[in-house]
Design a binder for this molecule. Structure first.
Ligand code: UT7
Length: 330
């Protein structure tokens, strides 16, 4: 990164998952599946599901309040709010604007960012650039999704995979040598057909037919996304390490997108990473899309796993298809 830019890192963290837990045995009563299949194919044991009166901004709000508190800042200190989500409260206004109002962050610019499960890392890169150049001082970046709202609970291929949650970080200036060292963002739009939600946009507006045809739910070609994920988890990590001028041996804490334990294990093998350096919580939360990377990061912070000076690598991948990776000196 350009050394004339000021160092920017994470100065506060918070997370929130809804209270309601949906276990694999609960799902056995809804679709033809079983705990053994789900655990052996995905590593997931349970997931948290938003209550009927909770929307994505409500999850984001809970995480944001904790992140601001841990940063020792108030909402009025924020210059920028980015919410990475594919399940906004509504098409517009953005979930970030709804959150800005609820937090009382009156001077903050606010927008949503759509990069599916890579959204949080895309958001970190975006906010970091605003802060490094000095345009803004403090930014709130949140990954939040309520995938339960766009999941077809009659489709066993997808309904066992997803959960709801939010993870938030406050970005600000950090001491020289700390903070974000590099980012690697990418997209393969040609793979968009492997993971999408078809209706409700300008191509196919919502109608009785789209509801009948179940076109407001996630469609996923699991095997194709799996192949993409395995490939980019290691290639994006190698790219971002190289940009930071370090090697995989320098990674202290690896925070991967929590979609499937087999994808994480394959990245560990390709990158030669021992289990103690890898954060895994897919068993508890399943795939929470944009919330997945920050939920894992914040859990590692709360568990005391992250020590000052640690080199942290975060990697997300998902719909788009997209990927995003970052190297952060904690
Ligand atoms: O956030 C980013 C996006 N998502 C991902 O990263 C997901 C990437 N993909 C995956 O994680 C995996 O492909 C899945 C977990 C989705 C599926 O695992 P798989 O090993 O690729 O299984 P499969 O799709 O090849 O299905 C194997 C079998 C099929 O039966 P047949 O056709 O072999 O008789 C499925 O019908 O497993 C069956 N199956 C199930 N059985 C019990 C699929 N879902 C279930 C289920 N319970 N829930």
């Amino acid at each position: 990164m350009n050394n004339n830019l000021r160092p920017v890192g994470i100065i506060g963290t918070g997370k929130y998952v809804p209270e309601k837990i949906l276990t694999n045995s609960d799902l056995e009563k809804i679709v033809e599946t079983n705990d053994e299949w789900i655990v052996s194919r995905t590593g997931i044991k349970e997931r948290h599901i938003a209550s009927d009166n909770q929307a994505t901004s409500d999850l984001a709000y809970e995480a944001a309040v904790k992140a601001l508190d841990s940063a020792g800042l108030s909402a009025s200190d924020l210059d920028l709010i980015i919410v990475a989500t594919i399940t906004p409260d509504m098409s517009f206004p953005s979930t970030a604007c709804i959150l800005q109002d609820r937090l009382g962050a009156k001077k903050a610019a606010a927008f949503d960012l759509s990069a599916a499960c890579s959204g949080f890392v895309y958001g970190l890169a975006t906010a970091t650039n605003f802060l490094q150049t000095g345009m803004y001082n403090n930014a709130l970046v949140i990954g939040a999704d309520c995938l339960s709202r766009i999941t077809d609970y009659t489709d066993r291929n997808t309904c066992v995979l997803f959960g709801d949650g939010a993870g938030a970080v406050v970005l600000g200036e950090v001491p020289e040598g700390r903070g974000f060292q590099s980012f690697d963002l990418g997209a393969e739009g040609a793979g968009g057909a492997h993971l999408y939600l078809e209706a409700g946009g300008s191509r196919m507006p919502a109608s009785a037919e789209t509801v009948e045809g179940k076109k407001h739910y996630i469609y996923m070609n699991g095997r194709e996304v799996f192949k993409f994920a395995v490939r980019v988890m290691s290639s994006a990590t190698e790219a971002v390490l190289s940009k930071a001028g370090i090697t995989k041996e320098d990674i202290d804490v690896f925070v991967p997108h929590q979609a499937n334990i087999r994808i994480i294990q394959s990245a560990m093998e390709r990158l030669n990473l021992p289990a103690e350096r890898v954060v895994v919580n897919v068993d508890k939360y399943a795939n929470t899309s944009a919330a997945s990377v920050p939920l894992a990061l914040v859990e590692a912070v709360e568990d005391g796993r992250l020590k000052e000076g640690d080199t942290v690598v975060m990697v997300g991948f998902g719909g788009g298809l997209t990927w995003g990776a970052s190297v952060l000196k904690w």
